[in-house]
Design a binder for this molecule. Sequence first.
Ligand code: SME
Length: 169
Amino acid sequence: MWAHIDIDGLDPQARWHSLRESLTGLLSPADHPITVLANAAAFIYETTDRLNWAGFYLFDGSQLVLGPFCGKPACTSIRLGNGVCGTAAERRETVVVADVDAFPGHIACDGASRSEIVLPMIAADGKLIGVLDIDSPELDRFDENDRRGLEQLRDVVVERLAGRVVLAT
Ligand code: SME
């Protein structure tokens, strides 16, 4: 049962710590990987303000395939190296985009998106699981605190996937 998380008034570090603890309690390693991803997308979308899209693209061995998300319908597949998602997946590092219109090759699924952060998900054995993609209708929405905090939430999701393959590769 979803319960409101009271994070109002917390400093950024305490806020992200509280969200990490809540997400850890929400997701179970016993859940199916799709369930883990679906609830993680909903949790991030519900607890992080000024977003218009939050969700996952999963690597199927050759490209990124749309997974569970919250927001408007989105493009269904992205090749490595293409767009912000494919760039983060290929580089295996978080990509923060202050202005999507200034990012060469940005893929505009929702015209309302103005800034974006994409975080790669890498399993303990080094395999690419996919990416966590988050869009905002505001320019320059994601600062260093947001990057570190969202990386903590990404790490909880990877840990709860527990090395299980989400898409057959
Ligand atoms: N903007 C992403 C594409 C995914 S939509 O934002 C959901 C990109 O450039 O890779």
